[in-house]
Design a protein around this ligand. Sequence first.
Ligand code: UN1
Length: 513
Amino acid sequence: IDNFGIAAALEQLGIQEINNGTSTGNNSFASGALLESYSPVDGQLIAKVKMSTPDDYQKAITAAQEAFKTFRTMPAPQRGEIVRQFGEKLRENKEALGKLVSYEMGKSLQEGYGEVQEMIDICDFAVGLSRQLYGLTMHSERPGHRMYEQYHPLGIVGIISAFNFPVAVWAWNTALAWICGDVCIWKPSEKTPLCGIACQNIIAQVLKENKLPEGICCLVNGNHEIGHLIASDTRIPLISATGSTRMGKIVAQTVAARLGKSLLELGGNNAIIVTPDADIKMTVIGAVFGAVGTAGQRCTSTRRLIIHESMYDQVKEAIVSAYGQLRIGNPLDQNNHVGPLIDTDAVRMYSEAIEKIKAQGGKLLVEGGVLSGEGYESGCYVKPAIAEASNELEIVQHETFAPILYLLKYSGGVENAIDQQNGVAQGLSSAIMTNNLREAERFLSAEGSDCGIANVNIGTSGAEIGGAFGGEKETGGGRESGSDAWKVYMRRQTNTINYTTKLPLAQGIKFDL
Ligand code: UN1
């Protein structure tokens, strides 16, 4: 592994004690049991991390509450300056952090770097936004009155993130929360705790250099018990949670029970529609990257191809033949296209899904299977699979977080493909491959895709940070990242000021004493 410079990367990120059983990281709110982080790349123990106890959690909340008292009064452009410095530090650490993401999570090195690039991009976006937290001015119906709205910081934002984007999703939330004047408490996935520590170490330098308290950005590594403490805590007005629909439903109910706000980014079941007017070459690249990139573990991964019957055989052959070219192996080696799944539990879910496809009447065109032998010792490497199926199958309706692609057929007009595309419980990302303007516009119209993301001649994954990211239905309805997603991190206040000596009432009501 060290041909890839992992040890040096860990050292640069302040994770120095490797494989020797000691805990690592300089986070203050961690005095609990050790959590072991194994790499799916080679099955090796990377390091052990101290988890946060409920008591540590209470300390973190107190630190965050204290920090909020001052941070909320710092002018937003000055908070933007802190985010700018964070972005600079990320640039310096892009290579090291990208490597750690690749090694701890298993995505390709390029994608690891890409993820850090998303962090840098959201920092740049947030810096600009820190001067643009605009509210509207309205005309009052009463003379001598002025009415406007302003956005104030909310308080503590609880961030629960997933293993598949172990650093970027945190940054989307944090960079925006900070410029909005909020402080954050972050529970990374238990499967990628070192990514959390590395980010904390980077931001700790920025906070220290600016004499700002750690409470602005608290890290709490731990399991679902810490997650529950965060979700049920009335001191946390907003919970931003990324993960499975199952987890999201639990978080949503817990947060709703105390009338908190939640921003949910849950499962997808994303499809690409391939019409008779599609460019086949683009379709193949978009579909294969979408299905096997990150080993099918993006919430935006392509799960279904809905192909017009007139193109079906041609597209099927091209995709199956492209799968024949895929190199599966160590993701740090840039010659490989597909890395491992996150752990052996994920492998088991993949294998069960393959069995279900067969049992439910799907037909495997590319068999799949678990790889073993040299280079695959971790037991986490699987072959991407393709199955012919129909949209109604239970397994097709379900999001399997693995590289399994379903080929579905449609006949007649594009509306029939859109029906299938929308005919699932999830609503994150969608795409159409066509050069036909009518089909493309129909797909984007009110009677088109019901997803939060709808692309034309682009695959389903790889969204840019500038747009609002998220989806409908079981995807949870939240929007993160670009556009005006920042508004959920602030509280809106409507202000009406009377600068006369009279007190006229709205709606013309008369009340004289
Ligand atoms: C996720 O999988 O949780 O659009 C986020 C994409 C990435 C983000 C995915 N920019 O694929």
